[in-house]
Design a protein around this ligand. Structure first.
Ligand SMILES: [Zn+2]
Length: 380
């Protein structure tokens, strides 16, 4: 009797630690910002396991960008993508889509509606290959005010097809002091009018809030954020339009007041001085993380390398001090231009965010494993 009692105790002791070890950790909202060389591909995985890929870039004729996104998909242990959202019909946001659909099942295709730019090749894709893809799945055209049904998240659409949200979100409807000094641009877009059609999202998980506006343009930011800011503040912001200065006005950046920003820039795309100053002067701003060293920043404006995920295939010895002019400049076409960027087709690293519902979030640079945790701010 006593022996069997001791046996029972021993059994319980051996089982108990295993049972404790199997208790799942609190679920996080995970975001992978994938390096697609100045395009856009961000993978969102909700605590429920439901997924949304925002944009599928596709550089050149290779499958490089799709391979990189699939690395993130595997890391997140996904066997399907519940949703793919195309913010707008520019190649750096959709060119890899057909290849991606060959690799993994996609449940729902989300966009702002038909392409409007008048580019024959793009139009052929949207009405041909893309329509064929969603005919076998679900297709959702969104408008401002819509809520995307991603389980576990509060996902609001704030811009789409050139329209902006009219009813403030919870926490929005607040004054935006930057509106008073806004100066509109004569030329609002670099690529026809598709950037201005971008689908913009504000996503909340408990107390954590973030924003991704696609490539929304300068003047459209004013329409959205003025005279009152309908969004309120966010913890995390994916810098608009790859960090180009044709977007990212103070009405948006200082209005959202992100604590942390991640820039999906390229080596010579995004990160120009004007934009960097706007970000650095955001009240309450803490850190900017970048997918690439930007030669357009130079040492004068760059962030420390710890916060940068990628270099070149042939790494540079040192960052030049002076910013370099961009290869293409909408506003000053006569400027001496720098050549196209050197290649980065080798190993690429993502920046990953894991957020908890209490508002705590951790950002990790996959290249050097540097990570930083941001505690919730009580008085936002
Ligand atoms: Zn773009």
């Amino acid at each position: 009797m006593r022996a069997s009692f001791l046996f029972l105790i021993a059994l319980l002791l051996s089982v108990a630690p295993a049972a404790i070890a199997q208790t799942p950790p609190p679920k996080t909202f995970d975001i992978y910002v994938v390096d697609v060389e100045g395009g856009d591909s961000v993978l969102f995985v909700s605590p429920s396991g439901e997924s949304l890929l925002m944009d599928m870039a596709g550089g050149g004729t290779t499958t490089r960008d799709v391979d990189r996104v699939m690395d993130a998909v595997k890391d997140a242990q996904l066997t399907k993508l519940d949703n793919v959202l195309v913010t707008h019909w520019h190649g750096d946001h959709f060119r890899g889509l057909a290849e991606l659909a060959k690799r993994i099942p996609i449940g729902n295709f989300i966009d702002h509606g038909p392409d409007v730019q008048g580019n024959a090749e793009v139009h052929k894709f949207v009405t041909g290959d893309y329509a064929a893809l969603y005919s076998k799945a679900k297709h959702t055209v969104v408008k401002p005010g819509d809520k995307l049904p991603v389980a576990g998240l509060d996902w609001r659409i704030v811009t789409a097809a050139g329209q902006v949200i009219k009813t403030p979100l919870p926490g929005g409807g607040i004054p935006n002091p930057s509106c008073a000094t806004f100066v509109p641009k004569d030329k609002d877009d670099d690529g026809g009018i598709e950037n201005a059609m971008s689908v913009g999202s504000v996503i909340a998980f408990g107390k954590f809030r973030m924003a991704h506006m696609g490539d929304l343009t300068w003047n459209k930011e004013f329409e959205l954020m003025c005279p009152k800011n309908p969004i309120g503040n966010v913890d995390l912001w994916i810098v608009s339009n790859h960090g180009l200065r044709i977007s990212n006005s103070e009405v948006l950046v200082h209005g959202l007041r992100p604590r942390v920003a991640i820039m999906n820039n390229g080596i010579r795309k995004g990160g120009e001085p004007e934009l960097m100053k706007t970000i650095y002067t955001t009240p309450g701003f803490e850190n900017l993380w970048e997918l690439h060293f930007s030669l357009l920043s130079g040492q004068e404006y760059t962030v420390p390398g710890l916060f940068i995920a990628n270099d070149l295939d042939d790494p540079q010895v040192a960052m030049p001090i002076a910013p370099m002019p961009p290869p293409v400049d909408l506003y000053v076409p006569a400027l001496p231009r720098s050549p196209d960027p050197p290649p980065h087709n080798g190993k690429a690293y993502w920046i990953k965010v894991s957020a908890k519902s209490d508002g705590t979030f951790t950002v990790t640079n996959q290249r050097n494993n540097f990570s930083k945790t941001y505690e919730p701010r009580s008085s936002r």
